[in-house]
Write a protein that binds this ligand. Structure first.
Ligand SMILES: *[C@@H]1O[C@H](CO)[C@@H](O)[C@H](O)[C@H]1NC(C)=O
Ligand SMILES: *[C@@H]1O[C@H](CO)[C@@H](O)[C@H](O)[C@H]1NC(C)=O
Length: 224
């Protein structure tokens, strides 16, 4: 072997050795960067601190029957998000979860006197089967008033520490506004010991013509 070929071989071996030692740290680096990205997405849109204090462990995948996905504060229309979405996260089949969907920007982000409006509250979700959970406040789409600008709609999924007793939690159908305004999801987090925010995501929406349909729907049951 010539001396330059030997040098080249040594250089290649050194590069390979560095590569191997780096890749063992790569998994935890990757996890750390996922955590930083989620934190940044929630902070950039001030969902932290307006809704939660710290980022969820992962971004939930939220897909609507209309074909759109809610992700990282993207803008969707009330028409696109009118029907209940599918939500996917790394759920454990033998654990229970609680889901909240809230709008902290009612009636408008600059003057949020109804912070937050509850659009969905489901407890005791077995694994990822939201349909089989206890739907305390039924799903309602986005109804931002005309001229009120963009509202944020946040989904929060907490892993429960076993099954919880929801018997005194409010119950509201998708034809009513009862218990929806000034909903403090943090009160339930505290009450039920929900310390583990495992997944979340959010989108933004502003008024479109579907809003009047939703408002009529939510007024169709007599409120108490
Ligand atoms: C990275 O995240 C995955 C999935 O959440 C987990 O199983 C794994 O243990 C984590 N690895 C490290 C090194 O933290
Ligand atoms: C309202 O809830 C009922 C009962 O769960 C359901 O059948 C209906 O499709 C819902 N309506 C809307 C507009 O989501």
């Amino acid at each position: 072997m010539s001396s330059s070929a030997l040098e080249l071989t040594i250089t290649l071996v050194c590069i390979l050795a560095q590569f191997i030692s780096r890749s063992s740290a790569a998994t935890s680096d990757a996890n750390e960067s996922v955590a930083m990205t989620v934190q940044k997405i929630f902070s950039d849109h001030e969902v932290i601190p307006d809704v939660i204090d710290a980022a969820p462990a992962e971004l939930a995948k939220i897909s609507y029957p209309s074909g759109v996905v809610a992700n990282g504060g993207n803008e969707l229309t009330p028409t696109q998000v009118k029907d209940q979405p599918q939500i996917e996260w790394s759920a454990e089949a033998d654990s229970y979860y609680t889901l909240f969907m809230v709008d902290p920007d009612a009636p408008r982000r600059t003057e949020p006197k109804f912070r937050s409006v509850c659009h969905w509250f489901v407890g005791n979700i077995p694994g990822s089967n939201i349909d089989d959970g206890d739907h305390r406040i039924a799903f309602a789409g986005s109804g931002p008033p005309q001229g009120s600008g963009l509202h944020r709609y946040a989904f929060l999924i907490y892993k429960q520490n076993g099954k919880i007793d929801l018997s005194d939690a409010p119950r509201t159908s998708n034809r009513s506004r009862n218990h929806r305004l000034n909903f403090q999801h943090k009160d339930y987090v505290k009450k039920y010991g929900l310390t583990d925010l495992v997944a979340g995501n959010f989108y933004q929406a502003q008024y479109d013509e579907y809003v009047s349909t939703l408002h009529a729907q939510l007024s169709s049951e007599k409120s108490n």
